[in-house]
Design a protein around this ligand. Structure first.
Ligand code: TYM
Length: 305
């Protein structure tokens, strides 16, 4: 039976990349599948330094943002990862069948371990917990942005190894890539949204789409098309007579206009913490029930029970 699951780290208010790459798609999937779960992955957020007050605040902010974007708890289950214990239980078992080199080769580890000074083991085993998030629900479809593809491959591999070793029946989850583009940094469009200082000036005037030679403007055109639900070609045609400053002003107006109502709704939801607690509490109850069943079967297969 099809089941959708996805997760997002509580890093405060989501950025345009999260919105276009994932959340917009999450909202639509609620109407296409009967069984949908979305989780705020607070345990994953702990793989990098996080002070308790900020983390707690960010969990609320993410919950409010997701609801404001259109995650509807009548159509999907929204919950906080750490509140459902069997994610980490299964992660341990998966860690016992995952080899060191398999994790060492993951691009995100290679990148992140370079930038953080003394990375903890959690940062290294992060993808195993992600696999557990998915497999504990026997999810079949996982909507993610392009940067998560390797983690989904690992999840499928671990499912296969586990199934063979313990004669189990985890489905091999498919990634669903939304139509959303991979949003690049506005400063340094050769990188994913991040904080780089390089600010290459481009001397080609006007507006045209060419991701190779004009990555900056092309990134903006992709963001534009995603916000107005048009093709990049269409957007380009409409804006070709504008200069860059005029174009950026136009695009920022479009974004402010689309996100304005979401922002207001987020603020409104954030002003009632008790309501957010209730929503996440109910989500946790529903999610936990699903995991109980899988966890029991897993334990029997492994020989723990
Ligand atoms: P996270 O929190 O980094 O990002 C959440 C989602 O947003 C997408 N995304 C982007 N898409 C397009 N352009 C960008 N610049 C961009 N930045 C982020 C991500 O692909 C993701 O879909 N490991 C995951 C969280 C996770 C998870 C899971 C996901 C934990 N367990 C189980 C799916 C299933 C992460 O760090 O996402």
């Amino acid at each position: 039976k099809p089941r959708v699951l996805s997760g997002i780290q509580p890093t405060g208010i989501p950025h345009i990349g999260n919105y276009l790459g994932a959340i917009k798609n999450w909202v639509q999937l609620q109407d296409q599948f009967d069984d949908v779960l979305y989780t705020i992955v607070d345990l994953h957020a702990l793989t990098v330094p996080n002070d308790p007050k900020t983390l707690r605040e960010n969990i609320y902010k993410m919950a409010a943002s997701l609801l404001a974007c259109g995650i509807d708890t009548n159509k999907s289950i929204l919950f906080q990862q750490s509140q459902v214990p069997h994610h980490t239980d299964l992660a341990w078992l998966l860690g016992c069948i995952c080899t060191l080199p398999r994790l060492q080769h993951l691009p995100q580890w290679k990148e992140k371990s370079k930038t953080s000074e003394n990375p903890g083991i959690g940062l290294f085993t992060y993808p195993i917990l992600q696999a557990a998030d998915i497999l504990i629900y026997r999810a079949t479809h996982v909507p993610v942005g392009e940067d998560q593809i390797h983690h989904l491959e690992l999840t499928r591999d671990l499912a296969k190894i586990f199934n063979n070793k313990f004669n189990f029946n985890f489905p091999r989850p498919k990634d669903i890539m939304g139509e959303g583009p991979r949003i690049k940094s506005l400063r340094n469009p050769s990188a994913k949204m991040s904080k780089s200082d390089v600010n290459p000036k481009n001397s080609i005037p006007g507006i045209s789409y060419d991701p190779e030679s004009r990555p900056g403007i092309s990134n903006l055109l992709q963001i534009h098309a995603a916000f107005t639900n048009e093709t990049v070609e269409n957007v380009c045609e409409q804006c070709k007579s504008l200069n860059k400053v005029q174009y950026k002003t136009k695009l920022s107006d479009i974004i402010v206009e689309s996100l304005g109502p979401i922002r207001q709704e987020t603020e409104r939801l954030l002003s009632d913490r008790h309501n957010l607690d209730t929503i996440l509490g109910k989500g946790k109850e529903k999610a936990a029930i699903i995991t109980e069943n899988t966890w029991k079967e897993v334990q029997k297969s492994v020989g723990l029970l």
